[in-house]
Design a protein around this ligand. Sequence first.
Ligand SMILES: Cc1cc2nc3c(=O)[nH]c(=O)nc-3n(C[C@H](O)[C@H](O)[C@H](O)COP(=O)(O)OP(=O)(O)OC[C@H]3O[C@@H](n4cnc5c(N)ncnc54)[C@H](O)[C@@H]3O)c2cc1C
Length: 485
Amino acid sequence: MARYDFDIGILGGGAAGLTVAAGAARAGAKTLLVEKEKKLGGDCLHYGCVPSKTLIRTAHIFHLMKNARQFGLPEISLPPVDYTQVKKRIQSVIDIIQKHDSAEQFCKLGAKVEFGQAAFTDEHAIELNGKRYSAKTWVISTGSSPAIPPIEGLDKTLYITNKEIYSLEQLPQSMIILGGGPIGIEFAQAFRRLGTKVSVVERLDRILINDDKDMTGQVLEILQSEGVEFYLGAAVVRVRDLGSEREVVFKMNGEEKSLRAKALLLATGRKANTSGLGLDQIGVRLDKRGLMLDQKLRTTQRHIYGAGDVTGTYQFTHAAGYEGGIVLSNAIFHFPRKVDYTHVPWVTYTDPELASIGMNEQTAKDAGIPCSVWTEQFRDNDRSIAEGEMTGKIKMILDAREKPIGIQILGPQAGDLLNEWVAVMNGGMKLSTLASAVHPYPTLGEINKRVAGRFLSTKLFSETVKRGLKFFFHFKGRACDEQED
Ligand SMILES: Cc1cc2nc3c(=O)[nH]c(=O)nc-3n(C[C@H](O)[C@H](O)[C@H](O)COP(=O)(O)OP(=O)(O)OC[C@H]3O[C@@H](n4cnc5c(N)ncnc54)[C@H](O)[C@@H]3O)c2cc1C
């Protein structure tokens, strides 16, 4: 008879927790999954990736409709967007995906699902709805929440975050977004395209700080051309609720400026959900980002693991799933694995998308890694031209041994295009294999082959090779001279 009620207990039913719960239950471990909200799925399904990508798609279609003439179609005059219909579609998408993440599905797999707010009572047990549950191993996967900055007047001002944005009664006429990170930028473009007047206020002098400036600069220009206003290098001084509008006062270039809008959206980062779990009483320590973890994702209590946004590392759904897999391997299969974030990709779902894996030019430079940069433009890709999507480029970063250490793509479907590089980099594939593989024509993906080919052609057409070939062909001169005609 086991000393504990469960082999493994998981706090949080989002991407990370669900990965661990499904794997542990399938492996035959007696599994408890605890979720604070009334539904499984976490932030990604209810307030993050799924609703935001659905909103972005709707905004994209509307944008295309408004630009019908560019595609040889008649110009149409469009009525304003009815946000209740947009919300309806978002909810219908969530509902479909929710079925995969239902408590019934997890019960079928063999996991017990309980809903409620849990807190540790000792290092092996929690209290939940007045009952005690013990487990040999625990996983904390409680995610993250919007970080609310300490701004004067914010406590008396009506603001929204990614949690409230999908339940607004109507499309706001105007919106100020605090924060020029991926969340703020994705919402800025989507709401602008739907018809909202959008202003972004960012503390730094640039947006999307984790990507190369030449790429993010292009994103900035595209959004500006669509009408989004940017206030960069702007330190917010105070905010004020004026009843029907919100006011933001900020300092920029030494001058105080103010903006007013119907809605104020905070997109100023995320904070790990660690409070209320009783972690300090059971010796689980935190650092400034979230749970303090070793490379096997163990907390300072070795039988308690952490995965997902609560770790404060890469706050993406795919990172949460990856970390969940590492925890499963260590805690359930006892096959020791350490985390390695070298090849964690990310995508900002603007139009065009900005996708990245590995190092970019800036991070390679900062790390003192000698590298070369190879680029290919979407305007030279036949499919891009046909699609009317000619903005952007791919950047391939090679180290001194000519191995790819990073890729950045700004362009149509960049996130999907990056997947070929995910395979190349994880599989240690040679660039010559990629460049010689037949890619279907005309596809956007040919840009991957072309950038690899661009590098390889410098080798193929090196002076030594050219000299050898001239000898082979008994060089008789060029067949055509540019001056001829
Ligand atoms: C607007 C937005 C857009 C995003 N878009 C993308 C995207 O396109 N791609 C991408 O990869 N990532 C995206 N993300 C990030 C992604 O949503 C997160 O990285 C992902 O949800 C993290 O998964 P998780 O399991 O760590 O946390 P979550 O999915 O948040 O799950 C944590 C769960 O724990 C529960 N919980 C909290 N406290 C307790 C407690 N005490 N007891 C029990 N349960 C508790 C919560 O209710 C929640 O359900 C986006 C985020 C936002 C905000």
